[in-house]
Design a protein around this ligand. Structure first.
Ligand code: MN
Length: 744
């Protein structure tokens, strides 16, 4: 096990400014926290965080990252708490360790292979600091290196997860060395036979080519020395998993692979790359079509290198990569190398490897700047540009309680979540719990949220949800469900209208009878016909006539009135004598209103009712409030209840009365009366109302003092004029103290 001073020394070789005390504190704290724990291998648990720290020290990462590596399992696996870590190591390291704890918790969630891409995105998205991902990858690498000690079943699962999630993540971060090792370690457990076959043949091939490789390397070195070029020549062997997947991909045998061995020439600067290329091409013949210059044209992921294939000393093909040290670091270590070399890139472009200590510590400052940019969150694009790492800032990733991962666009709400799970779940959703707490459905979901949708059977999504949903799927499903609900309401209303008008004609209405008569009506189903009656498009008399062709045309009032149904909903807007003017529409809509179909589209299909208490009477200035999914509720303009809608002007609908002289409907109104307590005072009040032609619906005593009584009287009146007559009549009586109208 690496000793405390060894670790500190290693970090200080590349970062002389590293906080020695911090590293020592983290070492001791983690060692004590894990003191009695053992790994599957039997080693003390502390050997694991220590190895992870060593991997990151090899990547030359900053002291905070190394300390985080030492502490990364403490919150989850020991008594340590986030607060304690904060107190001892500061908020920065506290946040880093917390990020790793969060990822570790995600590991407990079952992950299906097809969700691997989403899961990778989730990892990146919740790791607001790139160093969290670096520690996580090092953590996984060490766990993979020691996988042989884990039980076989679990071993395979971890290997699969590494192949599906962590190796591609390393690739995305440009850390190809790490990716290759993760892939190889996974391959070994996922396909032991394939792994062994490749390794065996590689061993044989290596033996066979031993002299050749050295020969080529020597030839290259000699030539470069001749031309006075300082460069490092190395050979590399393709990794078993890369070989295997290329064999699979191209359907070829191992012997047919031409790039198992490759050679790499590392130079100090860019000019030397081209000089090396010149030497190589004048010495050996280049294979046509194999030359690529990624130095002047870097790949999207910042990869830079010159690729060429030559015919070597023994007439065999030799693949060559020529690049600078810095380009090599980027190719191997990706994001981590960027952190190290950023300053040199922007600086004088001199050899990076010999960069002065202060330049290197500037690199860590650059890394911290990136982190700041990310934490402040005001310019995530800038971060992306610097790291070429997609952060998926336009997406959030949430879980169902059973661990299913749901990817949603940013701004998504539990309503979107519910519809993403299943349309039926969305349609029956009535509430939500986020991370175990009841939260409003308008809550914006955040990465890693666990969302539980609360469902109720008899629920139709209110159309207003269309506005709190951001996904197209949720919105169109809500529209469909709303339309269907409105249709059903009209169907219900239509059936009631028919039942009543059939009764008037001495018949019972039955759906079966309507079904049999459909061929005489312009509708193909009973539901369509009922909805048409409810909407007022199909006169009930037509239906009666279709069902009983022998019944002569009935006497119908000049204007067919529709009474309130059980729930207080009216049918046709025309039937209750209202004209509608839609916000933003011109006076032309009045003409539309005169046709009895005041509005087009979905809104026009909505049922209308009066506010349940203190409703309006003709003559009152009125306003309609649109309740999506329900309909329009009419309030007098001075109704207290309207205050609730002040913030939602889009729900206000301009309506006016359209009442004829021969109006036969009464409208509810409420008055408050204070009367002196004397025998017969109540009778006098009732008498005045009766004489004025008003109906008393209900009287409620609200205050009963020794000398006076206050009461609320529910009336039915023709209109405002009628109501005012009643009020004046009451005021004229000596027993009456005050009279006022009550608005709901
Ligand atoms: Mn760990």
């Amino acid at each position: 096990m690496m000793r405390q001073y060894e670790l500190v020394e290693r970090v200080r070789t590349y970062d002389p400014d590293a906080d020695e005390a911090l590293l020592n504190r983290a070492y001791v704290y983690a060692m004590k926290a894990h003191s009695h724990q053992k790994r599957a291998s039997g080693d003390p648990y502390f050997s694991h965080p220590l190895e992870v720290a060593a991997i990151l020290a090899d990547l030359k990462l900053d002291d905070a990252t190394i300390a985080t590596a030492l502490l990364h399992d403490t919150i989850e696996d020991t008594e340590a708490t986030r607060d304690e870590i904060n107190d001892l190591f500061g908020g920065e390291i506290g946040a880093l360790v917390d990020g790793l704890t969060k990822i570790k918790k995600l590991d407990l969630v079952t992950k299906k292979a097809e969700q691997a891409e989403n899961f990778r995105k989730l990892l990146i998205a919740i790791s607001s600091d790139i160093r969290v991902l670096l520690v996580k990858l090092a953590d996984r690498l060490h766990n993979m290196r020691t996988l042989q000690y884990v039980k076989p079943g679990k071993r395979k699962r971890i290997a699969q997860e590494t192949m599906d999630i962590y190796a591609p993540l390393a690739a995305r971060m440009g850390m190809h060395g790490l990716r290759e090792e993760l892939e190889d370690l996974s391959f070994r457990w996922l396909n032991p036979n394939g792994y062994k076959a490749v390794v065996d043949r590689l061993t044989a091939l290596r033996e066979q080519n031993k002299g050749l490789i050295d020969e080529i390397q020597d030839a290259l070195r000699t030539k470069l020395e001749e031309y006075g070029i300082q460069a490092e020549v190395a050979s590399r062997e393709k990794k078993p998993h890369s070989i295997w997947s290329k064999m699979e991909r191209k359907q070829i045998s191992l012997e047919q692979l031409s790039d198992i061995y490759g050679f790499r020439v590392l130079t100090d600067d860019e000019d030397d790359c081209y000089r090396v290329l010149g030497v190589v091409h004048t010495t050996w013949r280049a294979v046509p079509g194999r030359f690529k210059d990624y130095v002047s044209n870097p790949k999207q992921n910042d990869y830079q290198s010159i690729h060429t294939t030559i015919v070597g000393p023994r007439h065999q093909r030799v693949e060559l990569q020529i690049r600078t040290d810095r380009m090599h670091q980027v190719a191997e270590y990706g994001v981590a190398a960027h952190a190290l070399y950023k300053d040199q890139v922007n600086g004088n472009g001199s050899g990076a490897r010999n960069g002065s200590p202060s330049q290197e510590s500037n690199a860590y400052q650059w890394l911290r700047r990136l982190v700041d940019i990310l934490l402040e969150g005001d310019n995530p694009e800038e971060f992306l540009e610097h790291t070429k790492l997609e952060l998926f800032h336009d997406q959030v990733f949430c879980f169902t309680p059973k661990g299913r991962l749901i990817a949603l666009p940013r701004g998504a709400t539990p309503v979107d979540f519910a519809y993403a799970v299943h349309t039926d779940v969305g349609n029956s959703c009535v509430g939500s719990k986020i991370n175990g707490r009841h939260m409003p459905l308008v809550t914006e979901l955040r990465n890693g949220d666990e969302v539980e949708v609360i469902c109720s059977e008899a629920q139709t999504p209110p159309a207003a949800w269309e506005r709190i949903a951001v996904t197209g799927k949720a919105r169109s499903a809500i529209r469909r469900a709303t339309r269907e609900a409105v249709r059903q309401q009209y169907g219900k209303l239509g059936r009631e209208i028919l039942t009543r008008s059939f009764k008037r004609a001495g018949h019972d209405y039955k759906d079966d009878a309507l079904e049999d008569a459909l061929h005489r009506l312009p509708h193909s189903t009973v539901e369509d016909a009922l909805a048409a009656v409810g909407r007022g498009e199909l006169p009930s008399n037509d239906v009666l006539h279709a069902v009983f062709p022998d019944v002569g045309p009935m006497e119908v009032p000049k204007r067919q009135r529709i009474k309130r149904n059980e729930e207080g909903w009216f049918g046709l807007t025309k039937a209750i004598g209202l004209k509608f003017r839609w916000p933003g529409s011109s006076s032309r809509s009045r003409e539309v209103a005169a046709n009895g179909i005041p509005i087009r589209g979905l809104r026009g299909d909505l049922p209308v009712r009066f506010a349940s208490d203190g409703g309006a009477v003709p003559g009152d200035r009125i306003v309609g409030i649109l309740t999506p999914g329900e309909g329009i509720t009419i309030y007098p303009i001075h109704a207290e209840a309207l205050k609730d809608y002040d913030e939602q002007p889009e729900r206000w609908i301009d309506v006016t009365w359209d009442i004829d002289e021969d109006n036969i409907d009464r409208f509810p109104a409420q008055i408050s009366v204070t009367a002196i307590n004397e025998p017969g005072s109540l009778a006098q009040i009732a008498q005045i109302i009766g004489e004025s032609g008003g109906n008393i619906d209900n009287i409620k005593m609200t205050k009963h003092a020794a000398d006076f009584t206050e009461m609320l009287i529910d009336l039915e009146v023709w209109d405002l004029k009628h109501l005012n007559e009643i009020i004046s009549g009451l005021r004229s009586k000596s027993v009456v103290n005050t009279v006022s109208r009550v608005h709901g």
